[in-house]
Design a protein. Sequence first.
Length: 456
Amino acid sequence: MSKLSKPNPGLEEARAFTGMSQVHAHAAGVDVGAHEIMVCVGGVDATQIVRSFGSYTVDLQAIGRWLEEHEVETVAMESTGVYWIPLFEELERRGFHCHLISSRSLRRVPGRKSDVVDCQWIQTLHSYGLLESSFRPEADLVALRTLLRHRTQLIQHRAPHILHMQKALLQMNIQLSQALSDVSGATGQTIIRAIVAGEREPHKLAALRNYRCKKDEEEIARALTGTWRAEHLFILKQSLEFYDFYTQQIEACDLEIERTYGLTRSDWKEDELGALPEGKRNSHSKNAPKEIQVRKHLKRICGVDITAVHGVSASLAQTIVIEVGTDMSKFPNEKHFCSWLGLAPKNEISGGKVLKNSTLKTKNRAGQAFRMAAGSVMRADCAFGAFYRRQKARLGPAQAAVATAHLIARVVYRMLKYKVEYEPLSVIAYEQHYREQQLNYLQKKAAKFGFQLAPV
């Protein structure tokens, strides 16, 4: 039965309507472009004043002075690439209340499209409070977010050069990728560097294997017997140099991130780290930062240790913190938080029927981090793992993963909002709680139809 109440065609109700009133009397609208910035403020007798500015720093400072002359208090600007960032930071530094507006909410602009009409329309909507500001974390976390996003891009730029090395080896019929699970590991890198240095003897190359390799030395030697063509060796050499260059850049970026972590909320109290919950394994990803240092910094910044949550590694935890921030007052409750993450269904209702209830396609990095956390607890011996396996039998693997990510997000939201540490629930306790929940539901259902449950 639908939860929507059916309208009564015979019921009339008088409702008061006072019309639309201005919410922000001293509001400005800005249309940001690469070479020109159009700014609109309210004038006398319901008029609007529009002025064009350049995009240089002196122009941004002139915009701030011009807005101060017109006693503007709040500014709404449309997001266009990254051109809005310098203006946003300059106006925020001057004390204006800035709102970043998504272009999705401004698509249906009446009349002919132009920059002048755009800034007027933004100013009009913002003055009546009809624009919703895009989310932006606390200002002191923006520098960390920029560096960590840059680190992710460096890792993405390094990955193709591993494929180039594999391709060059395969074209010489060097089957190193079959003998080793990862050519970028310790054994693979040692062998590739020896090949670039001039070594061609298969048994000498195979002797460089790590003692933990599953394949024996004889099989690796057979895989390292090839044609050794000069052009492919040249490509292998350059690909290795590119790989080393990006590795050095990642290490330098890690040092800068560590320095920025030390400057972020350095005056906040630093508590000792507790032990990870039983059954939670430490992550050993090659691309992950040093876990102990990241945990210490995140514990100081957040006040709680969110890396203790099952499925949330140190790398995922810092992605969540820098993308979401620590001020949960921007989200009224966990439902709003999960909806912003893209982990809640968007119900489209018409005529009392739900037409569509799928989740929105979003590139929210924090939402992707929670999805990855859900993927790591699918077989785990914890409450999240038991919840996923139960939902998988009912909804399928895809929807069960989203539901588990939604559950983990609610836990992290409550930790950050109420500053409470994570208390893991065992699988036995979870199953007992679920059984009691189902019994209560069945008893209410039976009582509704005039029956009473009795144990067998």
